[in-house]
Design a protein around this ligand. Structure first.
Ligand SMILES: [Zn+2]
Length: 392
C-alpha cells in the first residue's frame, strides 16, 4: 500500500489510483478514519450514500494536483442531524486543501502578484487574495503579543500621499515591529493609545525629538522613561550649525567639499582633511569658535554606558553649553538651545541607556520594501497586517 503521507503529505488516506489527465494529476483517495457526528460526537450513524469531492492540492513540480475523495453522507441516530464525512487537512466546503492554500499564501507573499498567480494555478485573483488573507490572519494570530512591550521605539514613516504618515511602534527588546498606526499627530493617535493593554509595564520609550510623541507617552505610559535618539539629536545640532554657517559665510558654505568636512565628527577626519578644514577655519575666527563648540557638544552627547554618578558632571557641562547657546545672540543657535533645553532630561538619559531607534529605522527600510513589492497599498488595514506578519 502506498503511504499517503509520503505522496500527499496527508496522513491516514488510502490511495486507490493515480492518473494523468488534461495536464493535471488526479489522485483518487479514500479516508479510512472512523466517522463521528461533528455535532454530538456520536458514532451511531446511518449511511445516506456517497458524495464525491474533488479538491485542489499542492503542485508536484509544475503539474497541478487534484485529489478525488470518496466521501460519504451520514445521518446521526442520536441527534438526528445530517452531515458529510470530514477529512484531515481539508476543511469542509473548501475546494482546496490546506496545503494548497498555504502554497498560494507563500507564493503571493514572495512577491508573485495576484493575477499572475491566479492564471498560473487556474484559480481567480480573488481566491488568491482570500487564501492570502486567511494565511496572514493565521500567522498574525500566532505572533501578535496582546500586551505592550517593556522597551518601545516610536517613529514615523511615510504611508501614502492621500493618507499621509504612519507611526511605527517597535519592540526593541524582541527585535520586532509591535504595531503600525495611521497618523502621527497627538489627536490621530490618542484613541489607539487609549485602547492599549499593559501600558504601565512600559519601562523605556525611545523616540526622535517629536513633541507630539513625547506628550502622548507622558499621558499614556505612567512608568516609562523617555530616551531621545542620539542620531536625531546630533542631526539636529548639525542642521542648526550648518544653517548658522550659511548666515556667517554664504560663499564658503556653498563648497561641497567643505560641507562634507564640516558635518562630520572631528575624530572621523583623515589628517589631510583635518588640515584643509583648519586652514579654512583660520580665516573665519567667529566660525572657528562655533565649530569648536559644536564638536565639544557632539562629543559630550556621544558618551554612553555611564553610571548615575558619572552622569552628574556631564549634566553640568551640558546645561552650561545650553546656556551659552541661548545667550549666543545668533538666531539659529538660540533656537537650537531652546529645543535642546526642552529635551534636556530625555537627552541626559542617553548617557545611561544605550537603547536607540536604529532598529525602528531599519524596519522602515523593510516596510518600504514590502510596500514596493505590493506596488503600494491603498487600504491601511491590509498594509498593517502585512507589516506585522513580515516584521515580527
Ligand atoms: Zn449527532
Amino acid at each position: 500500500m502506498i503511504n499517503s503521507e509520503l505522496v500527499l503529505g496527508l496522513p491516514g488516506y488510502q490511495i486507490t489510483g493515480i492518473e494523468r489527465a488534461c495536464g493535471e494529476v488526479r489522485v483518487r483517495v479514500r479516508h479510512a478514519g472512523p466517522a463521528a457526528c461533528p455535532h454530538c460526537g456520536s458514532v451511531r450513524l446511518r449511511s445516506k450514500g456517497r458524495c464525491d469531492r474533488a479538491v485542489r492540492h499542492e503542485d508536484w513540480g509544475l503539474r497541478h494536483v487534484v485529489i478525488e475523495l470518496e466521501a460519504r453522507k451520514f445521518q446521526c441516530r442520536d441527534c438526528g442531524r445530517g452531515f458529510r464525512q470530514r477529512f484531515p487537512g481539508i476543511q469542509p466546503w473548501q475546494r482546496a486543501s490546506e496545503a494548497f492554500q498555504r502554497q498560494i499564501f507563500r507564493l503571493h507573499l514572495d512577491g508573485i502578484n495576484r493575477s499572475l498567480l491566479g492564471r498560473r494555478e487556474g484559480i481567480g485573483a480573488a481566491t488568491v487574495q482570500r487564501y492570502f488573507e486567511a494565511g496572514l490572519r493565521r500567522q498574525f494570530g500566532q505572533w501578535h503579543p496582546p500586551r505592550c512591550p517593556s522597551v518601545l521605539g516610536i517613529d514615523e514613516h511615510f504611508f501614502t500621499r492621500k493618507k499621509g504618515f504612519a507611526t511605527t511602534l517597535c519592540d526593541l527588546r524582541r527585535h520586532k515591529v509591535y504595531d503600525v498606526v495611521l497618523g502621527r499627530s497627538e489627536t490621530a493617535l490618542a484613541a489607539y493609545f487609549e485602547r492599549l493593554e499593559g501600558k504601565d509595564q512600559v519601562k523605556l520609550v525611545c523616540m526622535d525629538l517629536s513633541s507630539a510623541y513625547r506628550s502622548l507617552v507622558r499621558n499614556h505610559f505612567p512608568n516609562a522613561l523617555i530616551v531621545a535618539d542620539r542620531f536625531h539629536v546630533i542631526r539636529l545640532i548639525n542642521h542648526h550649525f550648518l544653517a548658522c554657517w550659511r548666515e556667517l559665510d554664504p560663499a564658503g558654505s556653498r563648497n561641497r567639499g567643505l560641507l562634507s568636512l564640516m558635518r562630520r565628527h572631528r575624530h572621523n577626519l583623515k589628517p589631510e582633511q583635518l588640515a584643509r578644514l583648519t586652514d579654512y577655519l583660520a580665516g573665519q575666527p567667529a566660525l572657528q569658535r562655533i565649530y569648536r563648540f559644536k564638536q565639544r557638544l557632539c562629543c559630550l552627547l556621544l558618551q554612553k554606558h555611564k553610571t548615575r554618578r558619572q552622569c552628574r558632571p556631564l549634566a553640568a557641562r551640558f546645561l552650561k553649553a545650553l546656556h551659552q547657546l541661548r545667550e549666543s545672540g545668533l538666531a539659529q543657535l538660540m533656537q537650537l538651545g531652546d529645543t535642546l533645553y526642552s529635551w534636556r532630561n530625555e537627552i541626559a538619559l542617553m548617557w545611561r541607556f544605550t537603547r536607540n531607534n536604529g532598529m525602528t529605522e531599519g524596519f522602515h527600510n523593510k516596510i518600504e520594501l514590502i510596500s514596493r513589492q505590493a506596488f503600494g497599498f491603498r487600504n491601511f488595514d491590509n498594509y498593517r497586517m502585512r507589516v506585522k506578519v513580515l516584521c515580527a
